[in-house]
Each structure stands twice: as structure tokens, then as C-alpha cells.
Write a protein that binds this ligand. Structure first.
Ligand code: PLP
Length: 349
């Protein structure tokens, strides 16, 4: 087959635009051939539990799913009864970018809180953690946070521990959308368990796709008493992969060595490089801290329009002219420098 795209062309739209890391592709090839038991009873999925336990502790159990929306919806459904609700930031992916899947597919009520930087705090949680025992109010049950956040910010282990302590005191559970947990851990140079298990997180949606997998995310239950029926919920939510060995083999390749960390460090380093380069361009404003692999910038609308003809990226806020640039594990210094040069050129034009 002749490739239908230019494999040298990089975008700054999303880490989902990247291809598959060669070591992951190799793992898929190695898992191929012969027959293996379907639906997760294969040797790769069996080995996967130990791989996740090495990162998240002996009590962790992982359920691979197809995508991040499903990891979130399956996690939250397993953590709540039908009358219970989830507190999250107004900017949370589950609220802004999942097409209403938590509500439509999961039947889960979201209670949102505006935040300055995408991060909840115990005080912000309290804005929605009320009405316990009131039959007229969906009962708060879970606090869901994202790390990294949708604004590219990073929660520290201390911030997450404070959220978990407060939530647990109120009888709430904590879910972490770790679509980019690898980036957060790499940014802080801490093990992933410092941001999850050790901080008191109950259930994690672990992201693989953005950090080099072909596809695959996982529901990781860290506190076994926090989620029930994950096996059944995953199936009824159409997330039980028959050829699960190929998802599990990818996770093994990502997590058994340091591939996750190498990839996350590269993406983050390119985010920093891009931020430094564009911050020197007169007229470009960076309205948010760059803490991992996302860079937000404010540009004149005509500049954005011309730039988007050369490189793909998304406008985040039409009204303010804010755009988002994402770096991926395969973004190189040359890619960043070429893009920053294009930004400078269009600003001068
Ligand atoms: C914070 C966050 N959570 C979850 C997801 C996963 O979504 P998807 O269903 O597209 O894999 C994304 C993807 O962009 C994300 O940014």
C-alpha cells in the first residue's frame, strides 16, 4: 500500500494526532500469530495485572478499554449508584469533550465547578458537595479530577492528597482522569503512584493512546471497595475487546520498561521549548503556565487563520483568540523550531 499521508508532517493540534511508537508496534507484532483465548483470558492480559501493580501497588487491578471516554464512563458508573453524582471542574473532559457520554451512556449526573486553572481544591469541591440526604438533589458521590488538566496544568501529589483527604472525609470517592498521567508524573519527576495510589485516589482512567499506543486505555481500580461490577459494566458499555491480547501487549511494552517516561519527557520538553520560543515573539501572549505538553497562546485572529493553513491546531476560545498547541512523544526539536518560526513569520506579516 502507498502511504496516503506525509509521514514527516507534524501537527500541534493534539497528541492524538501522533502515530504509534515503534516499540508498541513491535509488541503488537510479537503478540500476533497463533491463537489465544479471546475476551481477556489471554496470557498478555494476565501478565498485565503485574505490570500495573508495579506502578500502582499490589491492590491495583486493570481493565483495558478502547478509549478514554469509555475509561471515564465505565469508572464513574462503577463508582456510583443511579441516584449519585460526580463533582468535576467545569473544564473537565468528561463535561466538555465527551459529547455528553457520562450523561447519555452512563446516566451519570455531573456537578461542575468553575476553576481558574482547571484544578479543583477542597474549597472548590465544597461548592457542590452539599445536599446529602436531600431526596431532591442528585447525591454527590465522586470527585473527578484530571492530571494533567485540560488547561495543561499539573496537580502535585500534595494537592491530590488534600483533595482525597477532604473527599473521603465527606464520604466521597476520588476518580482521576489520567489520560495524560504519564505527562504529569514526568513533569514532576515522581512515580505515577505518588499522584494516585499514595495520594488516596480510588479509581484511575489510565491513558495509553496519547503516549504512543495504537489505541487502548485502562480502568485501574486502586481501592477495590470503590468500584463494583467493572467486568459487567465494561461489557454492557461495549468495551470488552475480543482480541484483548493486542491492547494488553501494548500496555506491557509501554509500562514494563521506561517507554512511558521517555515518551512523556519528550512531549513535555517540546512543550517547554515551544513556550520559550513563542514567548520571545512580540505580540504573542501565553495566558497559562506551561507545565507539561500543552501550550496555550493568544494570537490575532488573522494570524491564527494563516497559521492554521500551514499547521493543524485548534482554537480554544474564539472570543479571546486563545489557541492550544500540543506536543506529542514524536514531536522533535526541529518540528518545534519550524513551527515557532512560522508563528514569528505570520506575526510579522
Ligand atoms: C483529559 C482527557 N480525558 C480523556 C480523554 C480521552 O478521550 P477519547 O475518548 O478521545 O480517547 C482525552 C482526550 O483528548 C482527554 O484530553
Amino acid at each position: 500500500m502507498i502511504p496516503r499521508h506525509d509521514p514527516q508532517l507534524k501537527a500541534f493540534a493534539s497528541d492524538n494526532y501522533a502515530g504509534v511508537h515503534p516499540e508498541i508496534l513491535q509488541a503488537i507484532v510479537q503478540a500476533n500469530g497463533g491463537h489465544q483465548i479471546a475476551y481477556g483470558d489471554d496470557v498478555y492480559t494476565e501478565a498485565l495485572q503485574q505490570v500495573f501493580q508495579r506502578h500502582f501497588g499490589d491492590g491495583a487491578r486493570a481493565w483495558p478499554v478502547f478509549n478514554g471516554t469509555a475509561a471515564n464512563v465505565v469508572s464513574l458508573r462503577a463508582m456510583t449508584a443511579h441516584w449519585e453524582a460526580v463533582i468535576c471542574a467545569e473544564s473537565a473532559h468528561i463535561h466538555t469533550d465527551e459529547g455528553g457520554a457520562p450523561e447519555v451512556a452512563g446516566g451519570i449526573k455531573l456537578l461542575t465547578v468553575p476553576t481558574p486553572d482547571g484544578k479543583l481544591t477542597p474549597e472548590l469541591i465544597d461548592r457542590q458537595a452539599w445536599g446529602f440526604g436531600d431526596v431532591h438533589r442528585a447525591q454527590p458521590k465522586v470527585v473527578s479530577i484530571s492530571n494533567t488538566t485540560e488547561w495543561g496544568t499539573v496537580y502535585t501529589p500534595e494537592e491530590i492528597a488534600a483533595i482525597c483527604a477532604h473527599a473521603h472525609e465527606l464520604g466521597l470517592l476520588v476518580h482521576l482522569d489520567g489520560s495524560r498521567l504519564t505527562n504529569a508524573a514526568a513533569a514532576l519527576d515522581v512515580p505515577m503512584r505518588a499522584l494516585t495510589t499514595d495520594a488516596g485516589v480510588d479509581v484511575l482512567s489510565f491513558g495509553g493512546t496519547k503516549i504512543g499506543l495504537l489505541y487502548g486505555e485502562a480502568v485501574v481500580v486502586l481501592n477495590p471497595s470503590a468500584a463494583t461490577g467493572v467486568d459487567y459494566i465494561r461489557k454492557t458499555f461495549m468495551q470488552l475487546s475480543s482480541k484483548m491480547r493486542f491492547v494488553s501487549a501494548q500496555f506491557e511494552a509501554l509500562l514494563s520498561g521506561d517507554l512511558w517516561l521517555r515518551n512523556a519527557r519528550q512531549a513535555n520538553a517540546m512543550g517547554r521549548r515551544l513556550a520559550e520560543a513563542v514567548s520571545r515573539i512580540p505580540g504573542v501572549t501565553l495566558p497559562r503556565p506551561v507545565e507539561a505538553n500543552a501550550v496555550f497562546a493568544i494570537l490575532p485572529a488573522d494570524v491564527t487563520e494563516r497559521l492554521q493553513k500551514r499547521f493543524r491546531f485548534y482554537t480554544w476560545n474564539e472570543a479571546t483568540g486563545e489557541v492550544r498547541w500540543m506536543c506529542a512523544f514524536d514531536t522533535t526539536e526541529a518540528d518545534v523550531d519550524a513551527f515557532a518560526a512560522a508563528v514569528a513569520e505570520e506575526m510579522r506579516a
